[in-house]
Every structure is written in structure tokens, then in C-alpha cells.
Design a protein around this ligand. Structure first.
Ligand code: ADP
Length: 502
């Protein structure tokens, strides 16, 4: 075998076993050569096809015209391989399948054969169809999400994508929006704001959330959006797009506002009802409190009237004791009325203080003296620790009233127990401490007892209008000071007052 023959055989083998589907056709369109891949692809042996029309044998009727045209062109004028065309090929069993065809004219000195190379595109077609399906699915999702979704390219922040919800919200069609940026649709200030956030997202490669952003729309006026913006990266990890998702929260916010208003109104109504109830309670307590001294007084006056004509030395002592008791009841009555007046003054912000130079220790000493009878009657021992000069600028009458209120409570809520009063100066402040060992005040009541009409004891057991501490606090506040309570149920109570010296 000479070299030429060997080479021919090698090429023959290469053609037969080539990994592509290859066939040879003579210029008349009859099949001349057929390789193994062709056998597999078309389901026919070489012996069945050689000499037959390749068009009839291998091409589905739907593609015959285009293949015939390409073949004619290749035979007559073309010297190079044709452009690939997509055709439907025909199998032996009559089924068809898509395939890509290239015709390659091979001319030698005394032979002209056209080789056809087929490339199976079934897989590629399937992949393309799958891709189309997936992208259609994704599109459907993006289009039907009820939130606005938009994509901007990273360079000039122009819109490249906008969904239906976005169109409806902004009032512009996709065609209007694509290729434009925020400055084409929104007022300068708004556009500046959106753009600065976009840049932040892209420059720092991070998600940015804007819980509430107002946006001017074409037909729906101003709306409130909750927006999230995220960068989308290219294959090098650089932000290529910006994805934005915006939920229209205008109605939600409005509903929240209405709900809040409703709730506030409800609270106000509850407050008003409570105030009304408190007022009714107060009126009944006040009536009771005011009636007690009046009843006693009127009884005593009746008795005095009865005794007056028969007065002799024997009745004189009885007479003066009744006079003293009447005075007591009158004082009590007066105090109740004064307290009521103070409450209305304080509520109207008219608790005026007239300051003069005073010594707190002196005021305490005077007050304790005036309440000596009550202290003795209640069997309360008094311990006074009064610095000699606790000098400051205060309203004497009001400070007296404060000491009376605190000491009266200490007697009322701690009969039979000792009471301690301290007056001293500490860091530019006068300190007054009133300590008893009485019934004490529960933790949960310690704040509210300073409010008007608030009491932490039963009406039946202890009389009172619940005004003493309120007025005391008003007096202290009017002097720029503070009052605190420390107490434990059953152990006693300490009130501490701090008053600025000037
Ligand atoms: P009132 O004594 O007329 O009820 P106050 O305003 O003086 O009114 O006091 C409010 C409430 O605080 C009292 O009802 C009582 O429950 C409580 N309270 C005040 N001082 C004392 C105290 N020294 N010990 C125990 N409880 C007290």
C-alpha cells in the first residue's frame, strides 16, 4: 500500500468515526457518503440511503424549501461553508427533530461533493425553552407582586425595569420610565434624596431600608412608601444594578393614625369618666367631712342655749370646755374650707407665695406648740431635732401650712406612736424630715397620694379629703423644692422636704 492510499484510508476512517453527523451529497442532491453518527441520528444504514435524494430522505417537508434553496446556492455560486440554518430533520420512523445544518462545498480537480454537517440542537433548544419558561415565570412573579419593583443601572441610575405595581403607583407606563432617571419624574429635592440613597447602597454595597419615604405620584398625590434597596453585582463582584422594592404604606399608616386617635379618644373618655367618678366620690366625702364639725357645733350651741339662763359657778367649767370644743370644730371647718380654696387656687396656677426671711426651725417649733393638745390627745411623743438657724426666704404661712399638714397626718395615721421632726441646712438647702411609726403606705400608693383627692385608706376608718399632700406638694413646688416619701406598711412613714434657701 502506498502512502497516498494509506492517507486516503486514514481520512476515510476519520470521516466514518467523526463526532459530528456528516454526509456527502453529489451536485444533483443524491447521497454519496454517510458516517456512523448519521446512522444514529437518522436511524438509517448507509446502504439504505446512498444514491437517494438527501432532501426526500433526511429533511422534513416543513424545511425542504429552505434546504433546497441553500443547496442550490451552495452548488452554483458559493465556495465556502454556508451559514448554519435551523431545520427539522426526518427520521426513518417518520418523526422529526430540530437540527442545525451547514453545507460545505468540496471541489477537487475532477470531483464536486457537498458535505452536510448536522449539529444536534435538541438539547440547546430544550435549554433555551427551559430558560424561556423560567424567565417567563420570574417575569410573571415580578409583574404580579403587589409592591413596586424597579431596577436601575448602577452608572446613571436609569430605570431598566419596572413592574405593573410600580406603573400603577407612579402613574407612568414602563415605556415612559425605562431609560429615564428620578430627575425626569420627581421634584428636584425628592430626586436628590432618592439618588443619594441609591449611591449609598451602591458605594457601600449594602442593603438600605427607608421605613417611610414620601413620594409624589402622577395621579394619586403624595404617597408613603416603605422601601428597601439592594445592589446587584456583576461577575466581578461590582454593583451593576440597583434593585428597589417599595411597599405603599399610605393606607396602613392612615389606619394606624386613625387607630391611635381612636385609642387616645378612648383614653380621654376613660380619664373623663374617672374624673367624674372621682368628683362624685369627693363630693360625698366632702359633704360628710363638712357635716361632722357642723353637727357637733350645732349640738353644742343648742346645749349652750339651754345652759345660758341657768349659769352658775358649777356650770361655768362645763360652759368653757364646750366653748373650747366649739372653737375646735370651727377651726376644723375653717381648715376644710381653706383646703378646698387652696385646691382651686393651685389648679388655676394661682398658689402665690410671698417670701420673707424665715427660720424653718422657728416655724416648726410654733406649729408643734399649736398642735400640742392634739399630740397629747393622740398620745404621740414628739422628738424635735432643730438646728438653731435654718434660714431661708419662704412664705411663712404656706410653710406653716406644710408643717401642719405633715404633722397632722403623722398624728392621724400613727396615734400612740412617737413622731420625730428634723430641721437642718444641707448644701444650700433646708431639709425638713417628718418621721412617724404609724400604719405606713404601700409602695404602689406612694406616688398617687400626692394627687388631688387620692387616698390610701378607707373613708370609714380615717376621715379626710385627700387634699393635704396635694396642697403640701404644691407649696413645696411653688418654693422650688421637692417632697419625697419613704414608707413601709406597718412600720411608719418619713416625708422629706427639700427647700432652696433663697
Ligand atoms: P387625707 O389625709 O385627708 O386623706 P392627704 O393628702 O393628707 O389626705 O393624704 C393622702 C393619703 O396619704 C392619705 O389618705 C393616707 O392614705 C396617706 N398618708 C398621708 N400621710 C400619711 C402618713 N403619715 N402615714 C400613713 N399614710 C399617710
Amino acid at each position: 500500500m502506498d502512502d497516498c492510499q494509506k492517507k486516503y484510508e486514514r481520512l476515510q476512517l476519520l470521516f466514518k468515526n467523526a463526532p459530528s453527523t456528516l454526509i456527502g451529497i453529489d451536485p444533483n442532491g443524491s447521497l454519496t457518503d454517510w458516517n456512523i453518527k448519521a446512522e444514529i441520528a437518522f436511524g438509517r444504514k448507509e446502504s439504505e440511503v446512498v444514491g437517494k435524494s438527501f432532501l426526500q430522505m433526511l429533511v422534513a417537508p416543513s424545511s425542504q424549501e429552505s434546504v433546497e434553496n441553500l443547496f442550490r446556492e451552495t452548488v452554483t455560486s458559493v465556495t465556502e461553508a454556508s451559514k448554519p440554518i435551523q431545520i427539522n430533520a426526518l427520521k426513518k420512523d417518520g418523526s422529526t427533530f430540530p437540527i442545525e445544518l451547514v453545507l460545505i462545498p468540496i471541489r477537487t480537480k475532477d470531483d464536486f461533493t457537498i458535505y452536510a454537517r448536522f449539529l444536534d440542537v435538541t438539547e440547546a433548544k430544550k435549554q433555551e425553552a427551559d430558560l424561556k419558561k423560567a424567565s417567563k415565570f420570574l417575569n410573571a412573579i415580578v409583574e404580579n407582586i403587589p409592591d413596586m419593583i424597579f431596577i436601575k443601572e448602577a452608572k446613571e441610575l436609569r430605570f431598566t425595569r419596572f413592574n405593573k405595581a410600580g406603573e400603577e403607583l407612579l402613574g407612568y407606563s414602563q415605556a415612559d420610565l425605562i431609560g429615564k432617571n428620578d430627575y425626569d419624574f420627581f421634584p428636584q429635592k425628592e430626586a436628590d434624596f432618592f439618588t443619594s440613597i441609591d449611591r449609598n447602597v451602591l458605594d457601600h454595597k449594602r442593603l438600605v431600608e427607608i421605613p417611610e419615604e414620601p413620594i409624589q405620584t402622577r395621579y394619586k398625590g403624595q404617597r408613603l412608601l416603605h422601601t428597601k434597596k439592594v445592589p446587584i453585582y456583576d461577575e466581578n463582584g461590582q454593583p451593576e444594578f440597583l434593585l428597589g422594592i417599595s411597599e405603599d404604606i399610605t393606607e396602613k399608616k392612615q389606619a394606624e393614625k386613625t387607630q391611635r386617635k381612636l385609642w387616645q379618644e378612648q383614653e380621654a373618655r376613660k380619664e373623663a369618666e374617672k374624673a367624674l367618678q372621682l368628683r362624685d366620690e369627693f363630693i360625698s366625702i366632702a359633704a360628710h367631712e363638712l357635716r361632722t364639725p357642723l353637727t357637733t357645733l350645732s349640738l353644742q350651741i343648742q346645749l349652750l342655749n339651754k345652759f345660758a339662763p341657768h349659769l352658775d359657778t358649777a356650770h361655768m367649767a362645763k360652759f368653757s370646755s364646750m366653748m373650747a370644743s366649739s372653737q375646735d370644730q370651727l377651726n376644723r371647718f375653717e381648715k376644710l374650707v381653706e383646703d378646698l380654696l387652696d385646691v382651686s387656687r393651685a389648679s388655676a396656677g394661682m398658689l402665690i407665695v410671698e417670701k420673707t426671711k424665715e427660720n424653718l426651725s422657728d416655724i416648726v417649733a410654733q406649729v408643734t406648740k399649736s398642735l400640742e393638745a392634739r399630740l397629747t390627745k393622740a398620745n404621740c411623743q414628739l422628738k424635735l431635732t432643730l438646728d438653731s438657724s435654718v434660714i431661708g426666704s419662704w412664705d411663712k404661712i404656706r410653710i406653716e401650712q406644710l408643717v401642719i399638714n405633715l404633722l397632722s397626718n403623722a398624728i392621724k395615721y400613727g396615734p400612740g406612736k412617737p413622731i420625730e421632726i428634723i430641721a437642718k441646712t444641707e448644701n444650700d438647702k433646708a431639709i425638713l424630715v417628718m418621721r412617724d411609726q404609724g400604719i405606713g403606705i404601700a409602695k404602689e400608693d406612694q406616688e398617687r397620694i400626692f394627687n388631688r383627692f387620692e387616698r390610701a385608706v378607707s373613708v370609714k376608718k380615717y376621715g379626710g379629703l385627700g387634699l393635704g399632700l396635694y396642697i403640701s406638694q404644691q407649696i413645696v413646688t411653688a418654693h422650688g423644692g421637692q417632697i419625697h416619701v419613704q414608707s413601709e406598711i406597718g412600720k411608719g412613714t418619713t416625708f422629706t422636704v427639700e427647700l432652696p434657701l433663697s
